[in-house]
Design a protein around this ligand. Structure first.
Ligand SMILES: [Zn+2]
Length: 164
């Protein structure tokens, strides 16, 4: 099997039923709050802060990378990993809620768009397969997880890339 595109935060938003990346950022926080409340962690739930919808361009940026066919970035403050997208190069971390910049989003460094195209095209040529036990679950796993779990066929590489 081949992956048809490198999955990004917009794909992740669609998978979770959100209509945009911005809605994913806020909606995911709400999902976390709901989960905390359900488990009786009300104080933690109330402490959860939402993205303030601003982007603080001067903040320390996060570098985008591709891991297992997905665009990701690591929060430079707490090392939590989030899905990102070159279409909207900013990051709100759902772990530390970007407390250091008062809930603004921070910039994400991506390669130039021509470069992104080349990187993605090269990676998508790789043939992948799912180990047997996962092949059976195929229909129950979402596409970003599928990308993460797929393994390179003999002679091919994983769908990984990062700034060197
Ligand atoms: Zn963080």
């Amino acid at each position: 099997m081949k992956q048809t595109k490198i999955f990004d935060a917009v794909d992740r938003a669609n998978e979770l039923g959100f209509s945009s990346y911005d809605e994913l950022i806020i909606g995911f926080s709400r999902m976390v709050v709901q989960k905390l409340k359900l488990t009786g962690l009300n104080i933690q739930a109330e402490k959860m802060k939402l993205w303030n919808k601003a982007i603080y361009e001067q903040a320390e940026p996060a570098a985008a990378y591709i891991n297992g066919g997905r665009w990701l970035a690591k929060c430079p403050v707490c090392s939590n990993i989030e899905h990102v997208t070159p279409l909207h190069p900013y990051l709100f971390c759902h772990e530390c809620t970007n407390e250091d910049i008062r809930q603004a989003a921070r910039p994400v460094l991506f390669p130039q768009s021509e470069e992104i195209k080349k990187i993605e095209e090269a990676l998508l040529k790789n043939d992948l397969f799912l180990p047997d036990e996962l092949g059976k679950l195929y229909k129950d796993i979402n596409t970003t997880d599928l990308a993460r779990l797929a393994q390179p066929a003999p002679g091919y590489s994983r769908l990984d890339w990062s700034f060197s």
